[in-house]
Design a protein around this ligand. Structure first.
Ligand SMILES: Cc1cc2nc3c(=O)[nH]c(=O)nc-3n(C[C@H](O)[C@H](O)[C@H](O)COP(=O)(O)OP(=O)(O)OC[C@H]3O[C@@H](n4cnc5c(N)ncnc54)[C@H](O)[C@@H]3O)c2cc1C
Length: 365
């Protein structure tokens, strides 16, 4: 599903005159079904589609023209709405992939925040540029991919990012963040922490390799690759796509937001104590003092895999994924996530943290 603006949803479209030649589009009382991959049918009071940096600058400089709070949404593949959104949604729709610079070894490219992430990965793979191939088929837009520091199969987007352009939501000023200023961490960045909601990411620059080191040691990538033949960027992308299609529900068919919880990191002592009770528990050493555990395994051990309460459920192939079978509300999915957190806390003494952002009563801008 693409979060475009379906014709039938153009309810009370208002053309808002800005300083650039084009007119910015503002939509009132818009259904959010196409703006979240759980496919929840809440509404937003207002939605603004921003297509260029100039539009973003004009819009944010004018301050109070739209109802607060403001929420930026890409494809809504990491968001759970639990009620109607009584504010303004900003939909960044900056397009375009550019070749910025290139030499024998590497290329620098940039992509607009509104470019569909997997289209960018496909583009780089077809050009023979390595670095993003393990991140194939992750839903969402390029802007959010940087905000989230997306990761999969041993790769994270942060390893290829050089800089990020963003516009201040508060005053419309334009700022370039170099990689270090982005404070990338596990599924996080400065745009999710200290500057959350304060900047609209508009364009991202990547350094990609023409002679890449392939990462195939994670999960079943190597096995899948063996079935496809030679080691190449195209085949790694295909292997990742095959594994993901087999393991994860397609949000176009079944509403979901991928991994609902983060993998918890515990102390080495806690991991050893749990391993004494559960010798088969997967553990991934992070540092000499920290160990990452598999949230999906913990949830599975509590008996949740494949369970369904009404139309809210847990995926039968991956316990980390919560599902909307059709008519679940955001509140029902949230309630299910709370039950799962309680079970894991009771059984293992571990508090699971949500990866998915809940937008509801507690939301503030
Ligand atoms: C089936 C499935 C599989 C998935 N697999 C993975 C995976 O393997 N690895 C992984 O890391 N994630 C995965 N995800 C989660 C999700 O796809 C990513 O987090 C993705 O980057 C979200 O993109 P989005 O455009 O949908 O962002 P949204 O959900 O719309 O937004 C996410 C956050 O970013 C903010 N944001 C969005 N755009 C901007 C912008 N331009 N400027 C500033 N802030 C912005 C939003 O306000 C929000 O806080 C999966 C999701 C699904 C449904």
């Amino acid at each position: 599903m693409e979060a475009g603006i379906p014709e039938q949803d153009r309810i009370r479209k208002i053309n808002f005159p800005i300083f650039t030649k084009k007119r910015m589009q503002i939509y009132k009382n818009i259904p959010l079904t196409n703006y979240n991959t759980f496919r929840l049918g809440y509404h937003a009071d207002c939605l603004v589609r921003i297509r260029t940096v100039e539009e973003a600058v004009s819009f944010f400089k004018r301050g109070n023209i739209c109802k607060k709070p403001i929420l930026i949404i890409g494809s809504g593949s990491n968001i759970l709405f639990t009620e109607e959104f009584r504010g303004t949604i900003i939909f960044p729709d900056m397009r375009g992939i550019r070749n910025e610079k290139s030499n024998k070894k590497e290329a620098i490219i940039s992509a607009g925040a509104g470019v569909k992430w997997d289209s960018l990965v496909e583009w780089t793979v077809l050009k023979g540029l390595g670095g993003l191939e393990n991140l194939s088929l992750i839903p969402g837009r390029t802007g959010a991919a940087a905000v989230q520091n997306i990761g999969a199969y041993g790769a994270e987007i942060k390893d290829t990012i050089i800089k990020v352009k963003a516009v201040s939501v508060q005053d419309g000023s334009v700022r370039i963040f170099d990689r270090d200023e982005c404070n990338f961490a596990y599924r996080s960045s400065v745009f999710k922490t200290t500057l959350k909601g304060k900047f609209l990411v508009t364009r991202i620059w990547f350094r990609l390799s023409k002679d890449p080191e392939f990462k195939v040691g994670y999960g079943s990538v190597k096995e899948e690759l063996d079935k496809l033949g030679q080691l190449s960027l195209v085949n790694i992308r295909q292997a990742v796509i095959n594994i993901r299609r087999n393991k994860l529900p397609d949000p176009d068919i079944t509403g979901n937001a991928g991994s609902f919880f983060k993998n918890p990191v515990v102390s080495a002592e806690k991991a050893v104590a749990l391993r004494n009770i559960y010798p088969e528990m997967p553990c991934y050493e992070q540092t000499s003092t920290d160990v990452k555990l598999a949230a999906g395994w913990l949830i599975d051990q509590c008996g949740w895999k494949g369970k369904r309460i009404g139309d809210a459920g847990v995926h039968d192939k991956q316990a980390l994924v919560l599902i909307n079978y059709g008519k679940a509300t955001g509140e029902e999915i949230f309630a299910l996530s709370e039950m799962i957190r309680k079970s894991v806390s009771d059984k293992f003494g571990i508090e699971l943290e949500r990866e998915v952002e809940v937008i509801g009563r507690s939301f503030s801008c």
